[in-house]
Design a binder for this molecule. Sequence first.
Ligand SMILES: Cc1ncc(COP(=O)(O)O)c(C=O)c1O
Length: 371
Amino acid sequence: MIAAILAAMISQTTSHQGVQAHAEDAPGPFTDLRSDTVTLPTAAMYERMRHAALGDDGLDGDPTARELEALAARTFGKEAGLYVPTATMGNLLAVLTQVPRQGQVAMEATAHMFLTERGGATLGAVAYLGIPGTAGEMDLSGLKQALLRSNALRTELVCMETTHVNAGGAVLSLAHMRAVRDLAHGAGARVHIDGARIFNAAVALQVAPDAVAGFADTVSICLSKGLSAPAGAVLVGPAETLSRARQLRKMLGGTQRQIGILAATGLEAIETMPKRLAQDHAMANQLGAALRAVLPDQIGLTGPATNIIFVELPDDVPESAAWARELQKHGVLIRPWGQRRIRLVTHRHINSASIAAAAAGFEKAASELLG
Ligand SMILES: Cc1ncc(COP(=O)(O)O)c(C=O)c1O
């Protein structure tokens, strides 16, 4: 997989749906609102790759990967970091290192870890428990119940996700995070944050990243979403937990060799990209206003709290897949999020011109689909 990424980077192109999209600031003919994962590396990232100090990360360590791990740990106020290929692996290692077999992991019921990653629980013989919530925040009485020692399964880890992708990029309040941390620690459980978009949360809250991370023992941070690195994530936390995570990463096949070539893009991502995320949030606001102006009232919009908007389709209009097909004809790429919801995500390649193009595309699609 890494080889495929590197090949794509060397030719400086990547493709989606059969269309070539050129790297850097000319991402191709489509207005691509499917995800912030479509972001391409910046020129500075390519430059840092070229000059990265390299070593064997499976032997005595790759110096650039180590530098990235130390930077991530510092940024989030933790003792140690571990570079992993994906945020999914970061979350899984947080579970495998902190939950004994037959232990339970509690999280909000629509969390990405619950809906998309819970197959990983089978690897550790642990159970994931979904707790009902509102806007990504767990119902605290449900959490208290899950933490009761009398439960057949003992809850060893509580996970939070901020920003919360299935709650439309919602930002958990710091008060909620504090309450969850206090309940979990009070019951002897650890806390993990799925921080795939934790920088977006910190920017929206106008606090430093460690102020958000301070409510957890471990945090996974994704480098390849709004931060624009081509791949990679970092798990941060206590040194002893991270040393165990390093061993388990090896077992999972996640130890890579001269991986500093990619870690270099992660350094650039953490050092320079968070400060521009406010632009993505502003673009999402602009997109919401533009869509409101062209879509009929019966179609609802949720958000944006950060860089994600949901378009809510009532039962009497064609479903999301039909909108995806129609919008693509007009140069707009979107992601069906279930049959009655469309997900739109702003990112570095979306500017005011793309918003105008997206709104024009939606207007045409609406007139074709709604008559
Ligand atoms: C909130 C959240 N957590 C974790 C992940 C997993 O990230 P990756 O695809 O890098 O494993 C995603 C991916 O979209 C996500 O949105």
